[in-house]
Design a protein around this ligand. Structure first.
Ligand code: GDG
Length: 483
């Protein structure tokens, strides 16, 4: 399938990817250098892509041993031992990391874009450091650009990158994907550097969003604030740059994930269930980065509510929550973890019996192979994001589960636009989550199978490879100003 794609056929498509998240992280353990993958949608998605197509990925190097493994040009081939593509690392000073990444990206733009009522913390100095971070990435990208390079910049941490890059390489063609929601104007208009943000983004030749709602919100803000012409979804800036704005929902490597899942044997599934004391009990699996947008405490409280309102479920279900550590230096994230642990202790204290605990909370990075095995073993996958650009976990579950499980999915995850047969919940209402869990647990086998088959059809039709092909194909057709 990948061999027939536009990228593989077009010799002029030398992919140069940019994101702050790195797909592989090197770290010290016991005096030795180890390497592991990282949790997060951008890492997972583009790793499967570049493993297939090759290319260069420019990302920050934040692992304790990242500097140990790169060559003189800051490059290392990954995955380790396979060398499928080149990872080029960019180093930040402590100040740039703390202000440009942690504060500007994760305490300003992240809460601004996710409408979950966490107040963004604006600071001028952080915005300056954000500029420096974007400039550094642009400098590093510029060194890799040749005539046939297609530059694909990713996510809210790099919104100014194209503007800096085009000062160095005016003829460069750049596409940008915004992986998180773009909020409505009421929420967006409080951003102090909103015009600068929009004008920089519009220097790209293509911008992608996951849903039509985000695309429309973005275009509305552009029309309100920027001197430009908007013709349907094409924006022409006062300087003459044409930027196309498209809705392109991200997908997963369905075949790859479902193949890995099928390699999981019945014995493996039984072992997992036994390990989590879920042999004769129902297993609910949840996989998230430990982020306040994901509604993790809400899930745990919903389970507590379910046991209180329906005591017949006590000792009959286990929630296994994988909560991979993320942005651990930020106060909001520390508090979110504390809240989740408090909710876990409360429900476990009230209801644990013998070897059974209602909630198993794993605040650690878990290898993808194990996550896929868990999706396969699960009776229910519970996704309760308060707001989520897409949510890849829901699609990974659909690809991995044999069809006897059920997905409970937040109405406020972009994925809910495609996965119509999932059980929808409003995660702001604990009772709604509890009802969703109950509906999924009690659903007749035939209905589950029918719904899961429909969702498998949807997710398998559109893969990460088709998604990337569409993006690159559209980008390739865009004119670059003055070239
Ligand atoms: C952003 C947007 C959008 C999680 N824990 C572990 C682990 N993961 C993997 C999952 C999945 C990925 O991380 C999470 O992706 P999501 O899409 O669910 O969420 P974000 O990280 O917030 O991603 C999101 C995405 O970008 C893509 O555009 O969908 O809306 O917020 O792949 O499996 N992987 C491993 N260990 C873990 O402990 N190996």
């Amino acid at each position: 399938m990948a061999g027939e794609t536009v990228i593989a056929k077009t010799p002029g498509s030398n992919i140069l990817l940019a994101s702050t998240s790195e797909p592989y992280l090197h770290y010290y353990h016991g005096g030795e250098v180890h390497c592991r993958g990282t949790a997060g949608g951008v890492s997972t998605a583009f790793d499967s892509l570049l493993k297939q197509y090759g290319g260069t990925w420019v990302a920050l190097g934040l692992g304790s041993a990242d500097r140990e493994v790169v060559d003189s040009k800051n490059k290392v081939n990954v995955p380790p031992g396979e060398g499928k593509y080149c990872l080029k690392r960019v180093w930040l000073s402590k100040k740039e990391e703390e202000s440009g990444l942690a504060l500007a990206s994760n305490s300003m733009l992240w809460p601004l874009s996710h409408v979950v009522h966490v107040r963004p913390q604006f600071q001028e100095d952080a915005w300056e450091q954000y500029n420096i971070l974007n400039q550094k990435m642009a400098d590093s990208l510029a060194k890799e650009i040749t005539d046939d390079t297609v530059v694909w910049i990713n996510d809210y941490q790099l919104a100014l990158c194209a503007a800096y890059l085009k000062k160095l390489k005016p003829g460069a063609k750049t596409g940008f994907f915004w992986h998180i929601p773009w909020p409505g104007f009421e929420a967006f208009k409080i951003f102090p550097w909103k015009k600068e943000l929009l004008e920089s983004l519009l220097q790209n030749n293509l911008i992608g969003f996951h849903t039509d709602e985000y695309t429309k919100n973005f275009l509305y803000a552009v029309q309100k604030l920027v001197d430009c012409k908007v013709n349907e979804r094409e924006v022409t800036t006062a300087e003459g740059n044409k930027c196309l704005v498209k809705t392109l929902p991200i997908e997963i490597d369905y075949a790859g994930i479902s193949q890995q899942a099928q390699n999981t044997t019945r014995g493996d599934v039984e072992k997992i269930r036994k390990h989590y004391q879920a042999l004769n009990r129902k297993l609910i699996v949840a996989v998230d980065r430990m982020d306040y947008t994901k509604g993790i405490s809400e899930k745990i409280k919903a389970l507590d509510y379910l046991f209180t309102s329906k005591p017949e479920y006590v000792n009959k279900i286990t929630l296994l929550q994988i909560a991979a550590p993320t942005r651990t230096n930020l106060a909001e994230y520390k508090k979110t973890l504390e809240d989740a642990l408090t909710a876990t202790d409360a429900v476990n204290w009230k209801y644990a019996i013998g070897d059974w605990k209602p909630v198993i909370f794993v605040n650690d990075f878990v290898p993808l192979k194990e996550i896929i095995a868990l999706y396969r073993a699960a009776d229910v996958c519970l996704v309760t994001s308060l707001h989520d650009g897409m949510n890849l976990v829901s699609k990974e579950f659909i690809a991995s589960n044999p069809g006897n499980g059920m997905l409970v999915l937040s109405q406020f995850a972009g994925a809910s636009e495609e996965l119509k047969e999932a059980v929808p919940v409003n995660p702001f209402l604990i009772e709604s989550i509890a009802k969703g869990i109950e509906q999924a647990l009690e659903m007749p086998e035939v209905e589950k199978k029918t719904r899961m088959d429909e969702m498998k059809k949807t997710v398998s039709q559109n893969t990460i490879f088709n998604w990337a092909d569409s993006f690159i194909k559209i980008l390739a057709m865009q004119q670059v100003n003055g070239v």
